[in-house]
Design a binder for this molecule. Structure first.
Ligand code: GLV
Length: 299
């Protein structure tokens, strides 16, 4: 137990405790800081003392926000502070996929490296068109980081044209145009009913055969079977994935067998600095709430 002037804090475990472990003690507490699946059953078991829930993540698709708010519980998350780290992840996944990093490594391990002048050629970023699906904080940071690579044009799509897009010199287009005319498609969209499986067979067929698809948003926005087909049949060139469906991918999953997919297990914000910042933002949400103020990042 730790104490500050506003509250006492109990840390259950250094990492994520189970739902049952949390619910065993939660009825005694005013606030919860943690990333847990929160639905009606969880809230019923949590009891009536709970006033604030703060997730140390930008995404909040693991919580039923409507149900939480209906009960008068304040709810906050930790966006923005992670945008730089996730944008860096998008850049390395894009570079790794475009330059066939995983395939090269596999061939190296198999003793199959060839000395050919035209062997294992990838694609430059220079002079290419990048399409950002969902120009939020992370999308903006990706554009800023990619500019020095001499990108020819940035497209973005979403609900509406944005001032941030204009400021970055990016062009607002519809999804169809973005898919058809981008060399690299980077998805930053959150999971909503609208984005659920938005990257389907149909979407991958619209993309170029030389396209690289990067996903740093949510795995469920992609129809995994369709992506496997697109990568196997070379409907698209390669993919770089921080997020997948399911998560984590089980050993032996079809995606893990593909040489043209660079995959990491949802690590976009996993740096020492960023995780500290996210923890501080999530804690500040709770301190604000206990003082009766608006949360730092209130949903
Ligand atoms: O995916 C990471 C987050 O939502 O913070």
């Amino acid at each position: 137990m730790y104490s500050c002037s506003l509250c006492d804090v109990t840390i259950l475990k250094p990492n994520w405790p189970t739902e049952a472990e949390v619910l065993k003690v939660l009825p005694e507490y005013d606030a919860l800081l943690g990333k847990l699946h929160i639905d009606t059953d969880f809230l019923n078991a949590a009891g009536s003392k709970l006033k604030i829930i703060s997730t140390p993540s930008a995404g909040y698709d693991h919580m039923n926000i409507q149900e939480i708010k209906k009960r008068g519980i304040k709810v906050g998350h930790a966006p923005k502070v992670l945008s730089g780290a996730v944008a860096e992840t998008a850049v390395f996944l894009l570079l790794g996929a475009a330059r066939r990093a995983h395939e090269g490594r596999l061939l190296l391990e198999q003793g199959k490296v060839e000395n050919g002048f035209q062997w294992l050629l990838g694609h430059d970023l220079r002079n290419k068109t990048v399409g950002i699906v969902g120009l939020g904080n992370i999308g903006e940071e990706i554009v800023k980081r990619l500019k020095p690579f001499e990108i020819k044009k940035f497209f973005y799509t979403g609900h509406s044209r944005k001032k941030a897009g204009d400021d970055l010199g990016a062009e607002f287009v519809n999804l169809d145009t973005l898919l058809k005319e981008s060399d690299f498609v980077i998805s930053c969209v959150p999971l909503t009913p609208e984005t659920d499986k938005m990257f389907s067979d149909d979407a991958f067929k619209k993309m170029r055969k030389t396209s690289v698809f990067v996903n740093i948003g949510r795995g469920k926005t992609v129809d995994t079977d369709a992506l496997v087909r697109a990568l196997k049949n070379q409907t698209i060139f390669a993919a770089g994935l921080d997020v997948t469906e399911p998560e984590p991918l089980p050993v032996g999953h079809e995606l893990l067998k593909l040489p043209n997919a660079v995959i990491i297990p949802h690590m976009g914000s996993q740096t020492v600095e960023t995780r500290n910042d996210m923890a501080l933002a999530a804690a500040q949400n709770i301190l604000n709430g206990l003082e009766g103020k608006t949360l730092l990042y209130e949903l």
